[in-house]
Ligand binder design. Structure first.
Ligand SMILES: [Zn+2]
Length: 525
């Protein structure tokens, strides 16, 4: 018998963290940060709903912060076991976790300035650089396709998940109680699409007792595309944006997405398919991570530039320091500015958006998923005005989106991946997706012949007893934050309201009308 608990990414797409108890041995699969609105972020500061010190080891699927970002907090709270991951994941984390620690520090400082003004006690950062370094010291690299034994009686094998550099699905084998049988389990991790630059499509073994599968795009199918077609679409967007005379600003994840863009833009520049331009990659993390990609360049698929050219076009500026970043603000046209974060909810990209979004000749080009509640979500939803760093900005720039840079399998690819893993004797747990996505994926899996009784949509903090192909819910822990606030909380409502009010006041025909609007609102209060 084993117990499987979902401590994140159940009904949401962030905070991946599952715990397995096999006999007396407890271990974790991923320990990610929650991302999204302020309510979701609060989960990161709250206590773990389990004893961190009781986990003996951790199996990490990939480096993305929503899968790895709370590992330093785990260490801070007493975890001392080894953390297994692929070697590229370890290399990426050596930059990503330290970067995350810096973000935690500056978030705490900002919060504490606010708290001091209200006479409240300061808060500690969720973790420090020292905690991150301690977590990094626990990393143990394990390659794909070979078994290792993190604990006597528990075997693990990584499979390529095709999602990002070093990403893996984790296959587990352990004794099914005392009955002499072996239980076989598979955690998909995040799965990549069939057509993805740098990595082959995801694969794994067949025949399992239990599968835990992500469902991010369970309710979405993308148009089929090739990498060439995708690059051509990018070219059109860049040519259109640059010929309008303004800058093209691209919010992009620092890891992988930024390198895919640099690769594609590098190819287009080498072909002479773009007007003369300077390409800024303004993210210290992206710059560091690009070096990791160069280290593994020999193992990357679909690279159309030789290793000396890759990411090194003379028109590229990989920006590290703040002064250089600020200097980009003086450029009002003709540049491509790639910066993190990809959902524009933090980081230097917010400055570039502030500087360009009100210019009618500028373009903001989104190339990734925009989670509800993030600035990127509001901009791509067509809001006429947005609030950044406490100020309102009119959206005059051209807002464009390219969907085909996604690192996630779409609906059809998820279905194929699950069906290729058949037969599944026990249960398929669908996690890492919002409820609409999971329900749709469950429906389609049933349509393809899977027994609907075998498909489980676990809730946050819900545990299951796994016995002989069955899974019995042991119930949920009390809610850590109200579930209803996860997609949109009062902070989101407030930002939307202030932006709408500012717009209304701007559009009012005279001051008299403005005063009437304010008087009506005061009355409502
Ligand atoms: Zn991921």
């Amino acid at each position: 018998m084993a117990t499987l608990s979902f401590y994140g990414a159940a009904g949401t797409v962030t905070g991946s963290c599952s715990m397995l108890q096999v006999g007396d041995t407890r271990f974790l699969v991923d320990c990610g940060m929650f991302q999204g609105n302020k309510t979701i972020h609060e989960l990161n500061a709250k206590d773990f709903p389990f004893d961190a010190a009781s986990a003996e080891f951790l199996i990490l699927t990939h480096a993305h912060i929503d899968h790895s970002g709370l590992m330093p907090k785990l260490v801070k709270h007493g975890f001392t076991g080894p953390i297994y991951c692929t070697p590229p994941t370890a290399d990426l984390l050596s930059f990503m976790l330290l970067d995350s620690a810096k973000i935690q520090k500056s978030n705490a400082e900002r919060q504490n300035r606010k708290r001091a003004r209200k006479g409240e006690d300061p808060v500690d950062p969720i973790y420090t650089e020292e905690d991150a370094r301690k977590a990094l010291a626990l990393l143990r690299g394990q390659g794909y396709d070979s078994w290792f034994e993190p604990h006597p009686g528990v075997s693990v094998r990584y499979w390529n998940a095709g999602h990002m550099l070093g990403s893996a699905s984790a296959e587990l084998k352990f004794a099914d109680g005392d009955n002499g049988n072996t239980m076989r389990m598979l955690f998909s991790g995040d799965l990549g699409p069939e057509e993805k630059a740098f990595h082959p499509e995801p694969t794994a073994e067949t025949g399992f007792d239990y599968i835990v599968c992500e469902s991010t795009y369970g309710d979405r199918d993308r148009d089929d595309y090739t990498l060439e077609k995708r690059r051509e679409m990018l070219r059109k967007e860049l040519v259109r944006g640059l010929s309008a005379g303004g800058n093209v600003v691209i919010p992009a994840f620092a890891v992988e997405r930024s390198q895919e863009l640099l690769h594609d833009i590098g190819v287009l520049l080498a072909e002479g398919a773009l007007p003369e331009t300077t390409v800024f990659l303004d993210s210290p993390l992206a710059k560091a991570v690009t070096e990791v990609f160069i280290k593994y360049a020999g193992s990357l698929d679909d690279v159309e530039l030789n290793e000396r050219q890759l990411f090194r076009d003379p028109r590229f500026r990989l920006v590290q320091d703040v002064e250089e970043s600020k200097a980009i603000n003086l450029i009002t046209g003709g540049a491509i500015i790639i910066s993190a974060s990809g959902m524009a909810d933090a980081g230097r990209i917010q400055h570039h958006i502030k500087n360009n979004i009100w210019r009618s000749n500028a373009t903001i080009l989104f190339v990734g998923y925009q989670a509800p509640g993030t600035l990127g979500y509001y901009i791509t939803s067509g809001e006429p005005m947005v609030r950044i760093h406490g100020k309102e900005y009119l959206v005059k720039a051209e807002i464009r989106q390219l969907g085909n840079y996604s690192a996630h399998a779409d609906q059809g690819e998820l279905l194929d991946w699950v069906m290729e893993r058949a037969p599944v004797a026990g249960r398929i747990f669908l996690n890492h997706g919002d409820d609409d996505a999971r329900e749709e994926l469950a429906r389609l899996l049933a349509e393809r012949g899977l027994d609907p009784e075998k498909i489980v949509l676990p809730q946050m903090d819900e545990s299951f007893e796994l016995i002989a192909g069955d899974a019995r819910s042991k119930g949920r822990l009390p809610e850590r934050v109200p579930q209803t606030e996860l997609l949109s909380d009062w902070n989101n409502d407030y930002a939307a309201f202030i932006a709408a009010l500012t717009l209304r006041l701007t559009d009012a025909k005279d001051d008299d009308q403005r005063r009437r609007i304010i008087a009506q609102l005061r009355k409502a209060l």
